[in-house]
Design a protein around this ligand. Sequence first.
Ligand SMILES: C[S@@+](CC[C@H](N)C(=O)[O-])C[C@H]1O[C@@H](n2cnc3c(N)ncnc32)[C@H](O)[C@@H]1O
Length: 242
Amino acid sequence: MSNIFYVSGKQRAERVSDLFTAIARRYDLLNDLQSFGLHRRWKHRVVELAAVKPGDRALDLCCGTGDLALAFARRGAEVIGLDFSGAMLEIAEKRRQKIPKTQHTNLKFIQGDAQQIPFPDHFFDIVTVGYGLRNLANWETGLAEMQRVAKPGGRLVILDFGKPANAIWRTVYFAHLKIAAPLLGSLFCGNSQAYAYILESLKHYPGPEAVAARMRERKLANVRVIHLLGGAMAINCGEQLS
Ligand SMILES: C[S@@+](CC[C@H](N)C(=O)[O-])C[C@H]1O[C@@H](n2cnc3c(N)ncnc32)[C@H](O)[C@@H]1O
């Protein structure tokens, strides 16, 4: 059965935006349930790899409800969280108001398209995206934009679902995404299709090794892939040449 939220071509962004509008209110809860809370650990790893220092400029694309952007702000960076979903940004903004004023004045959430980042070239020390690249109509355009806005020496860090190399583990993991994720979506969010979309979008995403290959072709330095949970998740890192 085809997924109502996955289409290729021009309508992709519209459907993805509908999806996140539909699930925004329950997004954080469902993240905890379907990853058994592990997404917090994986995001912590992204924050470590991003190694933001006070005063650094950080951009978190497809920021959703703001987990990564908030973490960077807590470390004293000047942070922009960008997303095209007003519903997700509303929740991010409420969370922003709850962190100490000294940190939240350095954090702004803005509505925009990750494929046309509204900032000049070479502007950020760190550019991250968590579970976002896979959702773009064209992930390569997103990657090119990340690189464009990164300063020389700036770091790019990308977290997303992976495709485990071990056939048995891949079967178990894809079965989880095919059966458990939509079931949880149906029970806690009244929307199984939104969570069935994860596997559908992953099938159309080339995966972390192909993303790394593209990063190397684009002449990013120190490109590496960190596999988490046997390849179920992956982090791509690279640096803009100085
Ligand atoms: C799976 S959520 C990830 C949220 C957050 N980064 C996290 O890790 O929890 C994907 C987010 O990407 C956003 N998104 C998808 N396509 C986008 C685009 N072209 N431009 C900006 N945001 C986009 C969605 O609105 C959604 O909030």
